[in-house]
Design a protein around this ligand. Structure first.
Ligand SMILES: Cc1cc2nc3c(=O)[nH]c(=O)nc-3n(C[C@H](O)[C@H](O)[C@H](O)COP(=O)(O)O)c2cc1C
Ligand SMILES: [Fe+2]
Ligand SMILES: [Fe+2]
Length: 398
C-alpha cells in the first residue's frame, strides 16, 4: 500500500500483508497483519522507525522513493526481530550514510541476525533523546515486549509513542487509524495473548513508565495507529492484572465420542452453575482463539481420550502452548476416557509447570460415561464451583 500521512511530515510507509496465514510458523492470522514503518521528517534530520518483513521490502523502498526522501539520517530499530529489522540492510543500500539507532542489547541481536558493522550504529541509553531539529525522539528501553532488546520511541512534540510490538495487532485494514472498535480490539487481545502474555508481570512495570508520558497516538508496528491510547492502555491493565472472569475453557479431543459426551455434560452443568463455558475441539480450533480465551478465563479443563498411554497429541500440543504463554488461570483440571490404563493426568500436569494454578483432581473414566460417571462429573463441576466461591474472583453470579 502507498504511504499515508499521519500528520505533517510523519508518514506510515510500511506494508500490509493481507494474505499472510501464519505468524512465526505457529499462530494463524485470520486478519493478515501489517509491518508498519514510520518516516519522521524534522527540520534538520530525517528518521525511519522500524522497517518491514523482508518479503515486503519493495513496498517500503518504493514508498520512500515516491515521497522523494533523498536523505535518511537515522533508522530507529525498536526491536531486532526480522519482521521489523529484516529490511534495514535494504534501506541502508538506498541510504548508505544512515545510522542504525538502537540500544546495546538490540544492537547485539541485530549483529547476530544480520551482517552489520559497529560503525553503522548509534547506541542510545534509556531515556536518551535525539534531535531531528524541530522534533525530538526519546527512547524508552522496555525489555521483553517481545524480546530482551525491545524499546519504545516517543516523538515528544507530536506526542506519538511508537511501540513496535507492544499494543500491536495482527489486523490488516486499509484504514490508517483505529478507534478501538470491537473487531480491532479482538485482534489486539489475541495479539496480546500470543505475544505479550508470557511477559505480563514485566509489562506491568512498563505500563507504569508509560504513564509518565502524554500520548495522543499509539503507533505500533503491527495494525492501525490507535487514536485512543488510554482505551488500549486500560485494556492492557486489565489483561495483565490478576483478575479473572467467570469463564471456563475446555480444550479437548475425542476419537470415538466418549470424551465429547463428558465435555457436553460439563458444559450444561457449568452453565447451570452460572459460568460462561467455551469448548475448543482442538482438531478444528484456531489456536489463536484458544490462547485469546485463556487471557482471563478462571479455569482450564482439558479433555482427552488416552492414546498410547497419554494425552492425544493434539491436546498435548495445546497444553504445551498454554504452558508457554502462561495465562493467569486459577484452576486447571482434566476429564477423559480411556480403555484399560492411563497416565494422562500425570503427563499433562508435568507439562503445565509454568502455570501458577491449583490442580483439581480429574475425572477419568473407562469407556463410555453412564449414570455413575455423570454423577462423578456433576460432583466435579460442583467442586469447581466451590473453589470459585472460595476464591476472590471477579465472578458475578458464581
Ligand atoms: C490409537 C489408540 C490408542 C489408544 N491407546 C490407549 C492407551 O494407551 N491406554 C488406554 O487406556 N486406552 C487407549 N486407547 C483407548 C481409548 O482411550 C478409549 O477407547 C477411549 O474410550 C476413547 O475415548 P474417546 O471416545 O473420547 O476417543 C487407545 C485408542 C486408540 C484409538
Ligand atoms: Fe517481535
Ligand atoms: Fe513484530
Amino acid at each position: 500500500m502507498d504511504s499515508r500521512e499521519i500528520k505533517s511530515g510523519i508518514f506510515s510507509v510500511g506494508a500490509i500483508d493481507w494474505d499472510r496465514e501464519l505468524f512465526d510458523a505457529l499462530i494463524p492470522l485470520p486478519d493478515g497483519t501489517s509491518y508498519n514503518s514510520y518516516l519522521i521528517q524534522g527540520a534538520e534530520k530525517t528518521a525511519l522507525i522500524d522497517t518491514v518483513y523482508p518479503p515486503k521490502k519493495d513496498t517500503l523502498l518504493n514508498n520512500l522513493k515516491n515521497l522523494s526522501v533523498d536523505r535518511l539520517d537515522y533508522i530507529i530499530a525498536n526491536h531486532a526481530e526480522p519482521d521489523h529489522s529484516g529490511s534495514i540492510s535494504a534501506v541502508l543500500e538506498l541510504y548508505p550514510s544512515a545510522k542504525i539507532v538502537t540500544n546495546s542489547k538490540c544492537k547485539e541481536i541485530l549483529k547476530d541476525q544480520f551482517f552489520f558493522n559497529d560503525n553503522q550504529f548509534i547506541v542510545i541509553n534509556n531515556r536518551e533523546t535525539l534531535s531531528l531539529g524541530d522534533r525530538t525522539l526519546e527512547f524508552i528501553i522496555t525489555p521483553w515486549v517481545h524480546w530482551p532488546d525491545t524499546m519504545l520511541t516517543y516523538l515528544k512534540e507530536d506526542k506519538i509513542m511508537f511501540t513496535c510490538d507492544l499494543f500491536g495487532s495482527h489486523y490488516s485494514t486499509s484504514e490508517l487509524f483505529a478507534n478501538n472498535e470491537a473487531k480491532y480490539m479482538h485482534a489486539a487481545k489475541r495479539y496480546y495473548a500470543e505475544i505479550m502474555m508470557p511477559f505480563r508481570k514485566i509489562i506491568k512495570k512498563h505500563l507504569n513508565t508509560i504513564a509518565d508520558y502524554d500520548i495522543e497516538l499509539l503507533a505500533a508496528s503491527h495494525g492501525p495507529v490507535n487514536l485512543n491510547p488510554n482505551h488500549m492502555i486500560n485494556a492492557y491493565q486489565d489483561w495483565i492484572s490478576d483478575d479473572v472472569q467467570n469463564e471456563i475453557i475446555i480444550p479437548y479431543v475425542s476419537m470415538y465420542g466418549n470424551t465429547t459426551r463428558m465435555v457436553e455434560y460439563l458444559i450444561n452443568s457449568f452453565v447451570k452453575k452460572g459460568f460462561v463455558v467455551r469448548p475448543f475441539n482442538i482438531i478444528t480450533t484456531d489456536m489463536g482463539e484458544l490462547i485469546e480465551a485463556s487471557v482471563d478465563a478462571s479455569t482450564i479443563i482439558f479433555g482427552t481420550s488416552t492414546v498410547l498411554g497419554g494425552a492425544h497429541p493434539a491436546v498435548a500440543n495445546a497444553a504445551f502452548l498454554l504452558n508457554a504463554v502462561k495465562p493467569k488461570t486459577k484452576f486447571v483440571s482434566l476429564v477423559g476416557s480411556y480403555g484399560w490404563g492411563t497416565t494422562v493426568y500425570k503427563q499433562l500436569k508435568s507439562m503445565l509447570f509454568c502455570l501458577q494454578a491449583e490442580f483439581i483432581d480429574p475425572v477419568l473414566i473407562k469407556g463410555y460415561p453412564g449414570n455413575e460417571e455423570y454423577q462423578q462429573l456433576e460432583a466435579f463441576a460442583g467442586h469447581i464451583k466451590e473453589k470459585h466461591n472460595n476464591n476472590t474472583l471477579s465472578a458475578a453470579g458464581v
